[in-house]
Design a protein around this ligand. Sequence first.
Ligand code: LLP
Length: 432
Amino acid sequence: MYVSDCLGVNEKGHLTVSGCDTVDLAKEYGTPVIVYSEDQIRQNCRDFVSSIDENYGGNGMVLYASKAFCCKKMCRICKEEGMGLDVVSGGELYTAIDAGFPTEKIYFHGNNKTVAELVYAVEHGVGRVVVDNIFELERLDKIAHDLGKKVKILLRIKPGIDAHTHDFIRTGQIDSKFGFALETGEAMDAVVKAISFTNIELVGLHCHIGSQIFDIDPFELAAKVMLEFMADIKQDKGIEFKELNLGGGFGIKYLKTDAPRPFTEYMKKVACVVKETCKALNLDMPFVLIEPGRSIVGAAAVTLYTVGAVKKIPDVRTYVSVDGGMTDNPRYILYQSKYEILCANKANEERSETVTVAGKCCESGDLVQEWAPLQKVEPGDILAVLSTGAYNYSMASNYNRVPRPPVVMVKDSKPELAIRGESFSDMVKNDL
Ligand code: LLP
């Protein structure tokens, strides 16, 4: 019935997350609040891990892309589930280290890592630095030299794939700020340069073609293109890389009508392409990595708000205002992202109205959703926006000095605070 297995409705007609009554959670923790099903997150992690084991015979690893939702609790879950981690900033790296995440299983991404970030990463022995550009390659070689270390790296390659998704989240094509282009010869030049450095060990390649992708074909194509490039390198330079990181990007269900293919199907099909291409090109099977973010956490959370003002503008529309908005979910204002919304305390009632759910910021564009079906609501009702687990909290802001909401995780029907909500005093804590 819903976009995620962890959702249900109890005998009171209230929406539940992993069996926990969301109306009770709203009372206990206040609103807005983001509620995750830890059970669902762990199940997703396990499904990915067993899928990579099955399809690559254990010769691979799942890295959780922590940009989707990063906090110490999430890092601990990934550690316990035997996964690695993709981090993209000093802050994400710090969170992982602070949570006790094994640094050798951390892959450090980013198109403009600072000297301080690279030094921090090298000092803590991160598993791989995924190098984005020549400037970074030179910078990293020097840093490694100064610290007396040899750093294992991957090169980020743009395989020239045009995955059909929102423009802002497409990254595999030539006009992208990320990585080295294949078509122009830039990628081969980077390989030549990387192997000439003595403080760096180039162990493989990485690509990521975009996010919220439903088709499997672009992933298959990307794997093929990357392996063909590896074969070219083997032929021209006599080097055979051991690692291939195929990135993340698997689409999830935001609307009931969304029909993403199960990622197990993706894993199977891509693994087939990898095996066949390796055979055809006479390459050894590389160690394969994937980096799911959204598909681990996206559909595993809901955001709960309290309805405030309901403004009916005759012949125009009805605005239902809530106590959060673009500060905890900027995805509508950024990408016009679609969400299912329902009244958590009237979850069994029909969604008979069509409304615009508005946030509380001083910004006309601060909308959570327009023209959304919703039950007839009144002030004090609890609204639930579904599938808000990825790129919501992690992209939250303090615009209008609105404190970030708390994050709760439900495991075995028991809620536990994972991130405290911010207070007004947090809003001024860095002010001088
Ligand atoms: N690996 C790399 C190198 C990435 O850049 C990303 C996402 C991922 C993995 C994880 O992709 P996922 O499995 O989550 O699709 N803020 C946007 C999404 C930006 C994605 C950035 N990179 C949104 O809210 O839709």
